[in-house]
Write a protein that binds this ligand. Structure first.
Ligand code: SAH
Ligand code: SF4
Ligand code: F3S
Length: 449
């Protein structure tokens, strides 16, 4: 190892779970290259900002953070210290060289498909080669090339199985920043899942921008997400399986059936619909209607009656009228979401909808407030419906109050319970006593079985 290689690494992660997973993998790969992770940029010799490009605000955050990093680097320079700064993730992919032009402090720009190249890029910096930019979609498989999974403290882990998207919704940058849809082969996923189980993981969340479109190579054939989940469920120690994010059009019969008969598959499904207006769905290039979405949910609930639904909504997409917006509110009432995420439409460079006439900001603002009010009503209704029920809770960590642990219900709600520390990683029945907007509290009960 080169003597001047910096050794302390700080990664700040923005955006979706896939970035969280990628940050972990980068950290592991750089640990192998001699770095240790630290908790603040002040201590770090190498800072990576793992960025998100999904909305304008997300992308702009990066430049303000880079401004702060510049000040920090200048302060460090007065003490004779150096700090390298890299931008990874979807802003890196979308803006490439432009980032170095706008903020010359940046030493590294690495797109999501090139993380296995990081150690070599750092060596190139050490060799005095100047800022390194890598935003190709290289042929190598970044997952195969990254090192194996490290031992973990948490009983819950993300596992990326699919990446990229071929859907090209008219508002979305993901097909441009993450490239074409790609599924990891089953054998590779299984190896990683087994290693996670051996390191104490009991719940895996399978990740993909379009995870239910998974079609990984399996013994010469092709596996669906359902068949992958069935194989993962066989692994000793894995008790819970989740997956996110799904597209309504890829919710096949196989996967719906698995929700009925595979107990490891948790009854919480994030299935973004974006809008309840068919006119807007068409303009968004979503290729489903409000009605086909509602019928799909009926089929899912027929297989798994207690399925808790989650979704994403965009308000103020170009051309959205009051009537279109009312259709979205009606769809929300028809579904009864347990949880949902809502966004004001944000025009993204290079996407089809960005050049259309925009809905005025105050209209977007007002619709977002109304949407959120309605979503909150449904969320509270769902939370309240849990009171008095006994739910299996997987304890993940110590809670806020001394003596408390925090775990997750099958429906992904955080649950606060007075329980001993040695129950972390266990899945135990808890009686739900009280609800809060975003969590539950309950008490341990004796197993009756
Ligand atoms: N692959 C997932 C989600 C990807 S992005 C899916 O198909 O649903 C996460 C969410 O961000 C989207 O569901 C959408 O609601 C929101 N989003 C994406 N682009 C956006 C934009 N330009 N403006 C506002 N919200 C956006
Ligand atoms: Fe973006 Fe999801 Fe549409 Fe793909 S399916 S373009 S990731 S919103
Ligand atoms: Fe953001 Fe990229 Fe994820 S744009 S939401 S980090 S795929």
């Amino acid at each position: 190892m080169n003597a001047i290689t910096p050794k302390k690494l700080f990664i700040r992660t923005y955006g979706c779970q896939m970035n969280v997973y990628d940050s972990e993998r980068m950290s592991e790969s750089l640990t192998d290259a001699g770095y240790t992770a630290v908790d603040t940029p002040d201590e770090a010799d190498l800072v990576l900002l793992n960025t998100c490009h999904i909305r304008e605000k997300a992308a702009e955050k990066v430049y303000s953070e880079l401004g702060r990093m510049r000040k920090l680097a200048e302060e460090k320079a007065t003490r004779g210290e150096t700090m390298r700064v890299g931008v990874t993730g979807c802003v890196a992919q979308a803006e490439g060289e432009e980032i170095v032009r706008r903020q010359p402090l940046v030493d590294l720009v690495v797109g999501p498909q090139a993380y296995h190249r990081l150690p070599a890029m750092l060596d190139a910096l050490d060799a005095g080669q100047g800022a390194q930019v890598e935003t190709d979609f290289p042929a190598e498989d970044k997952f195969a090339a990254l090192p194996k999974r490290a031992r973990r403290a948490s009983p819950s882990a993300f596992l990326s199985v699919q990446e990229g998207c071929d859907k090209f919704c008219a508002f979305c940058v993901v097909p441009y920043t993450r490239g074409a849809e790609f599924s990891r082969p089953v054998a590779q996923v299984m190896t990683e899942a087994r290693r996670l189980a051996e390191s104490g993981v009991r719940e895996v969340t399978l990740l993909g921008q379009n995870v239910n479109a998974y079609h990984g190579e399996d013994d010469g054939g092709t596996a669906t997400l359902a068949s992958l989940a069935r194989q993962i469920a066989q692994i000793d120690g894995i008790e819970r399986i989740r997956y996110t994010t799904s597209h309504p059009n890829d919710m096949d019969d196989d996967l719906i059936a698995a929700h009925g008969d595979l107990p490891e598959l948790m009854p919480y499904l994030h299935l973004p619909v974006q809008s309840g207006s068919d006119r807007i769905l068409k303009a968004m290039n979503r290729k489903h209607t409000a009605d086909s979405y509602l019928k799909l949910i009926d089929r899912i609930r027929a297989a798994r009656p207690d399925m808790a639904m989650s979704g994403d909504f965009i308000v103020g997409f170009p051309g959205e009228t009051d009537a279109d917006f009312e259709d979205t509110l009606a769809l929300i009432d028809a579904v009864g979401y347990a949880q949902a995420f809502s966004f004001k439409y944000s025009p993204r460079p290079g996407t089809p909808a960005a050049s259309s006439e925009q809905v005025p900001e105050p209209v977007k603002e007002e619709r977002l407030v109304r949407l959120n009010d309605l979503l909150r009503v449904h969320q509270i209704r769902f939370q309240d419906s849990c009171v008095g029920r006994v739910l299996p809770v997987m304890f993940e960590k110590t809670g806020r109050e001394p003596g408390q642990l925090t775990g997750r219900s099958p429906y992904l709600q955080p649950v606060h319970v007075y329980a001993p520390d040695n129950m972390i990683r266990q899945i135990v029945p808890v009686r739900i006593d009280a609800t809060f907007p975003n969590s539950l509290s309950g008490t341990l009960i004796e197993e009756t079985a």
